[in-house]
Design a protein around this ligand. Structure first.
Ligand SMILES: Nc1ncnc2c1ncn2[C@@H]1O[C@H](COP(=O)(O)OP(=O)(O)OP(=O)(O)O)[C@@H](O)[C@H]1O
Ligand SMILES: [Mg+2]
Length: 309
């Protein structure tokens, strides 16, 4: 967000409209954008620019539905099993949901990840390895979400976001988690503090933060790759890895039938798989480092909205 508090998404649309003779009406505290020009009327809502069909949008926003569709279409992905909130009624959740969750935990000794079925930029995303942690995570997620998903925990070596318009990768970046390198003298707390990563320390144990980090050793401070949680976007240069990620994203988009999307792919055991597909394209954090690229991406999408190529 800018100093005015206005989202980058809104600012980018403002700029496009101003330079293309399109009138813009910003409503609902900036969430609803009404554009009119060239005899056309279009809306943007939230982070949705209006290019995706209703069904593609719904599939993408639902982590379990997206994973099911990708599996059906043979696109490698991280499986996400859906559990509906029992507060909606016993018939909705089914009688065996607790046993089914425990079974998933038993089948995945490395742990499972519990998170809201509709993403929330990394909030309420928990890694759990035992029954107590599972209970706590499930209670927390169900306190604010109607659906919860459980995925096997995987050791992510790299997470890459591909922003795709039709078959074209518009923006491709790696997400670099906050990390420090030890010097054999300072504790993890001191290293993290000096690097401006204080808030990452909250989720670590006292023992972890007070230990001296051996010289040259890398310590990742947060297992999640969300930019909102402190990860840094690093643009990928043309090359083999970028091409593999872009190709996988194109396959995922084709499976879901989505036109404009941001698709997260992860490298696990040296193989790339889809983690999630987002129908809303949010580039707030990226815009701080690469404002022109963000504007160019939204410009291309808006050209498509207004009937351009
Ligand atoms: N199964 C998993 N194994 C390991 N790490 C995971 C797994 N699922 C999620 N993560 C980590 O947690 C982060 C957040 O998860 P995810 O992207 O699924 O949810 P979200 O960011 O809250 O959703 P959205 O992006 O739709 O808001 C990922 O970037 C990844 O680093
Ligand atoms: Mg995410």
């Amino acid at each position: 967000m800018a100093a005015t508090g206005e989202r980058i998404f809104v600012q980018a649309i403002r700029r496009y409209c101003a330079s293309h003779g399109i009138a813009l009406d910003v409503r609902s505290g900036g969430w609803l954008l009404a554009m009119s020009g060239h005899g056309e009327r279009h809306f943007a809502f939230g982070y949705d620019i209006g290019l995706n069909s209703a069904i593609a949008h719904r599939l993408a926003n639902d982590k379990s539905a997206a994973a099911e569709v990708l599996t059906l279409e043979g696109v490698p992905c991280i499986p996400h099993r859906l559990f509906l909130n029992p507060s909606m009624g016993a018939h909705v959740a089914g009688p065996d949901w607790q046993q089914a969750m425990l079974m998933l935990l038993a089948q995945n000794p490395q742990g499972v990840v519990v998170k809201p079925n509709e993403g929330t930029s990394g909030r309420a995303v928990f890694k759990v390895t035992n029954r107590n942690e599972l209970d706590r995570a499930v209670t927390e997620v169900f306190s604010s979400s109607l659906g919860l998903v459980i995925a096997p925990y995987v050791e992510i070596e790299d997470e890459v976001r591909v922003i795709l318009l039709d078959d074209k990768p518009m923006t491709v970046y790696r997400k670099e988690r906050p990390q420090v390198v030890g010097d054999g003298l300072r504790t993890l707390r001191e290293l993290a503090s000096e690097a401006g990563h204080d808030r990452q320390l909250r989720e670590l144990t006292a023992q972890e933060v007070n230990a001296v980090v051996p010289n040259g050793e890398h310590r990742i401070l947060n297992w999640r790759h969300n930019l909102d949680a402190g990860a840094r976007p690093v643009l990928m240069e043309d090359g083999e890895v970028r091409a593999i990620c872009a190709q996988l994203a194109v396959e995922a988009a084709a499976a879901i039938g989505i036109t404009f999307a941001s698709i997260d792919v992860v490298r696990v055991d040296d193989a790339w798989r889809v983690l999630e597909v987002n129908s809303g394209v949010m580039m707030e954090a990226l815009a701080k480092l690469h404002p022109e690229l963000v504007q160019a991406t939204y410009d291309a999408a808006l050209d498509r909205v207004f009937g351009g190529s």
